[in-house]
Write a protein that binds this ligand. Structure first.
Ligand code: SF4
Length: 412
């Protein structure tokens, strides 16, 4: 049986697709491209912006032409059942809550769910789903529901299984991982989960996906100094203007944000910090936008994901006055992209001469592999034979075209 999986959107979606893919492969299914005429195509959609909605519909239309059967899952399914069935009545729709059962829909044989297989060299481990915050622009919290945490023992078991299967890194992911354990009785904190993984497993390294700044306390900062925790964090800022942050219902201001970033930079060696910015939120005049530009330029963050605001039905921001025109959003996006390029380049160049540990993910061609460093850089590694998933210590060198590559020092 041939199946293709198309994924849009966030790390959580990538994680869920990777879980489905791993289980299908272990149950004898071949994962193919859409052009290979699969028996099934699974489309894991996104609905975070109106553009994501559009891309979801485009992918569904594309899949209908090539695959015998189409399964649509993900956030777009929640408010768009009619839109999907209007494309084709035979499409099977699976809401997020039933995503892990897709394996049983395919071929209708009861299949086994494996906890320790991933086609990705750095597998995701989903530690929670949903979110209790009320950010005014966010549709994700509505479609994903309240925060639910995965039992600690189940997470430890998965990490152990991955470690024993030869994986060197796991990525802890979810919709709002900083709220891990708050739904347990008694409550536990994310730091407790991370310490338990460090104490009870031999996994070489752990990466945290996106974390809210208000959840980065001294305990988390201390944990970040452990050399088994990747020195990389993604911390959404969203706006550099305090009034816009209030309208967004974000529960911090720029002073709080900057002080946490400074603490991290001072404590965690060579840390790579990235952020998300929403531009063109209702009421964001040039003045507020300039505040964002100033704040992101001054902060020691190294990369930004920039999203033009997109009003989503059902969210608090949908009805806000003073919406910003698309042309203005495009202009602001280009201005931030320019700052982003400079910041990325500066951090990248600072890596010249450093020793980094790369998890090998792909053979590019004879003599060149690529992988991801602990501080989240994709670095080509020059070698004739490197096993996928292995962790290789390299010396980083800049070539005459200012490109970085790694020369292996010795196996770790
Ligand atoms: S923290 Fe805010 S943006 Fe993130 S999922 Fe929760 S409500 Fe949405």
């Amino acid at each position: 049986m041939k199946v293709s999986i198309l994924t849009l959107g966030c790390r959580m979606n990538q994680a869920e697709s990777s879980f489905i893919e791993g289980n299908l492969i272990r149950n004898g299914v071949t994962i193919v491209d859409l052009k290979d005429k699969p028996d099934y195509c699974i489309i894991n959609t996104c609905s975070v912006t109106s553009r994501s909605d559009y891309q979801s519909r485009q992918l569904i239309r594309k899949a209908i032409k090539s695959a015998s059967k189409v399964i649509v899952t993900g956030c777009y399914t929640h408010f768009n059942t009619d839109n999907i069935l209007n494309i084709n009545k035979k499409i099977t729709i699976v809401h997020n809550a039933n995503k892990n059962n897709i394996i049983n829909i395919i071929d209708s044989n009861n299949k086994t769910n494996y906890l320790s297989y991933s086609s990705n060299s750095r597998p995701y481990i989903i530690i929670q789903n949903g979110c209790n915050n009320k950010c005014s622009y966010c549709i994700v919290r509505i479609v994903r529901g309240k925060s639910r945490s995965v039992p600690l023992e189940k997470i430890i078991e998965q990490v152990k299984n991955y470690s024993e299967a030869g994986y060197n890194e796991v990525v802890l992911t979810g919709i709002h991982i900083g709220s891990y354990g708050q739904d347990f009785n008694p409550k536990v904190k994310l730091s407790y989960l991370i310490k338990s993984i460090l104490n009870k497993t031999n996994i070489m390294r752990i990466r945290l996906s996106s974390l809210e700044v208000t959840e980065i306390d001294d305990e988390i900062i201390e944990i970040m100094t452990d050399n088994r925790i990747c020195n990389h964090l993604h911390i959404p800022l969203q706006s550099g203007d305090d009034n816009i942050l209030k309208l967004m219902n974000r529960n911090y201001n720029n002073r709080i944000f900057s002080s946490i970033i400074e603490k991290l930079i001072n404590k965690v060696s060579n840390i790579n910090i990235g952020t998300d910015i929403i531009i063109g939120f209702p009421g964001e005049t040039n003045n507020e936008f300039n505040n964002t530009k100033r704040v992101v330029s001054d902060l020691p963050i190294n990369y930004m994901h920039i999203f033009p605001f997109s009003p989503r039905t059902g969210t608090l921001a949908y009805n806000l006055k003073n919406q910003i025109s698309s042309i203005e959003k495009k202009k602001r996006s280009l201005e931030l992209q320019y700052i982003n390029t400079i910041k990325k380049r500066n951090y990248y160049e600072k890596q010249n001469g450093k020793e980094l540990k790369i998890i090998i993910e792909k053979k590019v061609n004879d003599g060149v592999y690529t992988g991801t460093s602990e501080n989240f850089l994709k670095i080509p590694v020059l070698s004739n034979n490197l096993p996928l998933k292995s962790c290789i210590k390299v010396r980083v060198i800049k070539d005459e075209k200012n490109k970085l590559f790694g020369i292996p020092i010795n196996r770790t």
